[in-house]
Design a protein around this ligand. Structure first.
Ligand code: ZN
Ligand code: ZN
Ligand code: ZN
Length: 327
């Protein structure tokens, strides 16, 4: 096991809210966490709001999970906020580049292929048919008789024409118009679970977090994962190590072993034995989920390893607690 990076995942996994969201994602109840549009605030994540309680806590909550490598994010949309009142109820106005009015008429430019006459589409309409205003010929087939030659806009205020309008943002809440330069634009993301986050890996994290908490509450100093130097001079990594008082005291070591099948093999028992033979801790626990193989169980008795078999986190914590009380 590697040493944790700057953000310790176990701190995150101790969090009940994280547990709630992860179980929804792991169970498939949520496949992709998508934001839901809200005209006032922009985007919201109602599922997450229901878990964390307050809308203001959603963003830092999701950011933490992303930073810790639990969630993957994908750009979903960009939200434009009014620079004056911060509302997300903002629309786009396409404006005249000359007088800035948004009272413009958008049309298509149409060209009569045969005579070359070009004008806005409306000039060609006569009832239900298209007639060239220059040569009076009827235009039937697009790309044969006539073709669309682009977009043409006319300002209804100053009367000038142009092909590219200037976009501005109009706040429907406070009626302020703002330019692209002034606009506040934020990213909205959809989230999915990182591929390597599985039911097993997160159970492992949750369990480590819960065990750390239990041992700390017992007044022990806890490290996880932790490296202990053995008599042979070799270093051994344990999932959790706890001391009564300082590090010179004998330690309690805990390893976790999980199986996606029905039983945990004797392999983690052998691995733990090899380490404790060298390190000589006061007590060694092996937490096996869901249970140990018969052979593995016999070996734990022989090697003086306390085996804790549990179907889930709650069971594991309860029996570890009980086992700690008995000397
Ligand atoms: Zn506004
Ligand atoms: Zn014509
Ligand atoms: Zn104009």
């Amino acid at each position: 096991m590697q040493q944790p990076e700057k953000k310790e995942p176990s701190d995150l996994y101790r969090n009940h809210d994280v547990h709630m969201l992860l179980s929804k994602l792991l169970s498939g109840e949520i496949v992709t966490l998508e934001p839901v549009y809200d005209s006032e605030t922009g985007y919201r994540y109602p599922v997450v709001e229901a878990i964390v309680g307050e809308a203001s806590r959603v963003e830092p909550f999701l950011k933490n999970l992303y930073d810790a490598g639990v969630l993957e994010k994908k750009l979903y949309d960009k939200i434009i906020f009014c620079p004056k009142c911060s509302s997300a109820n903002v629309s786009i106005h396409y404006c005249c580049p000359f007088c800035k009015s948004y009272n413009i008429q958008k049309s298509s430019l149409v060209e009569h292929v045969k005579c070359g006459y070009m004008d806005v589409e409306e000039k060609f309409s006569e009832g239900d048919v298209r007639i060239c205003p220059k040569c009076q010929e009827e235009l039937v087939k697009i790309d044969v008789d006539y073709r669309k030659a682009g977009i043409w806009c006319t300002c209804k205020d100053c009367g000038k024409s142009f092909d590219i309008p200037v976009p501005t943002h109009f706040c429907r809440n406070c009626h302020t118009t703002s330019t692209f330069e002034e606009a506040i634009i934020k990213d909205a993301y959809s989230y999915t679970l990182k591929e390597n986050v599985t039911a097993e890996s997160s159970l492992n994290w949750f369990l480590v977090a819960a065990i750390r908490e239990l041992l700390s509450n017992e007044g022990l100093t806890v490290e996880s994962p932790s490296l202990l130097k053995g008599k042979s001079g070799a270093n051994h990594t344990f999932d959790i190590v706890a001391y009564k008082g300082d590090k010179s005291q004998k330690a309690i070591v805990v390893d976790l072993a999980m199986s996606t099948g029905t039983v945990v093999s004797e392999q983690p028992v052998i691995a733990l034995f090899a380490k404790i033979f060298d390190v000589s801790p006061e007590r060694a626990f092996l937490i096996a989920i869901p249970k140990l193989s018969e052979n593995g169980k016999k070996m734990t008795e022989l090697y003086k390893i306390r085996a804790i078999e549990a179907k889930n986190q709650e069971e594991a914590i309860a029996s570890l607690k009980k086992s700690l009380k008995t000397a």
